[in-house]
Design a protein around this ligand. Structure first.
Ligand code: GLN
Length: 242
């Protein structure tokens, strides 16, 4: 019997900066390479969506304008979303999606948007944006590479996804980037993140399998191109910083 994983992709029509949709493609491909069957459910209006079917949640990033529209919509599933995160559903929330998890987001023009309040943190945006390639170090995933472009500064006391080696991260102050809470990862890294960082992709797939009670199929081992691309980026960025 084929093992199926359902990825719920929120607001692909509004939140898809810097090819964030590539994260969904990477999840699908790597899961298929491991013999899993993948269905992607695109959620453009959350009102009628049944989240009990979801195995992985994904939200990308967007401009403040699009984020305002999406914020109103996602409140329709606030409680279900919270329950799934607490229950350990694997989830990836990029940039604007990450900002949704806290209790408020103040846009660069000073508008305070109430956000999902799943975790206890806030984000405030400034007009000067934190932009550029970024490298993180993580105990679990090793080096993580990506690209950031955010006005938001996020402050929290949870475990970060990684420590900034080069770039800005959560707020350009405390050296942390992103958040790792249960099996949910929030991060400012676009690029998109997952094609460049297959260990994170495999982690999300593993957790989805574990939660479904599937025996976890062995990972696809040939990551030569991804590793080489990350090495080149790290070399260039670190030599530029010297
Ligand atoms: N609008 C948010 C910010 O500027 C998120 C941007 C993004 O998703 N890249 O911080």
């Amino acid at each position: 019997m084929s093992k199926t994983i359902k990825i719920f992709h929120f607001f692909p029509d509004k939140l898809n900066l810097y090819g964030d949709i590539g994260n969904v493609t990477a999840l699908k491909k790597r899961a298929e390479w491991r013999g899993l069957n993948v269905e992607v459910v695109n959620v453009t209006a959350s009102e009628k969506v049944d989240l009990s079917e979801a195995d992985i949640l994904f939200i990308g990033g967007g401009s403040d304008r699009e984020q305002k529209i999406a914020t109103l919509d996602i409140f329709n599933v606030q409680e279900e979303f919270r329950a799934l995160i607490e229950d350990g559903i694997p989830a990836l929330m990029i940039c604007g999606g990450y900002q949704f998890l806290g209790h408020s987001y103040v846009t660069a023009d000073g508008t305070e948007l109430e956000t999902l309040n799943i975790l206890d943190f806030r984000t405030e945006s400034k007009v000067d944006r934190l932009t550029g390639n970024i490298i993180l170090e993580s105990e679990q995933f090793g080096k993580i590479v990506g690209f950031e472009n955010h006005g938001g500064r996020t402050y929290h006391n949870y475990e970060p996804l990684g420590t900034v080696v080069s770039g800005y991260g959560n707020n350009a102050e405390d050296g942390g980037e992103g958040i790792h809470y249960k099996n949910m990862i929030g991060t400012y890294l676009h690029g998109p993140l997952l094609p460049k960082n297959p260990k994170i992709t495999d982690y999300l797939i593993d957790k989805a399998c574990e939660r479904k009670g599937y025996s976890v199929p062995p990972v696809y081992e040939n990551n030569e191109i991804e590793e080489r691309a990350a090495e080149v980026m790290i070399d260039r960025l670190l030599s530029k910083n010297k």
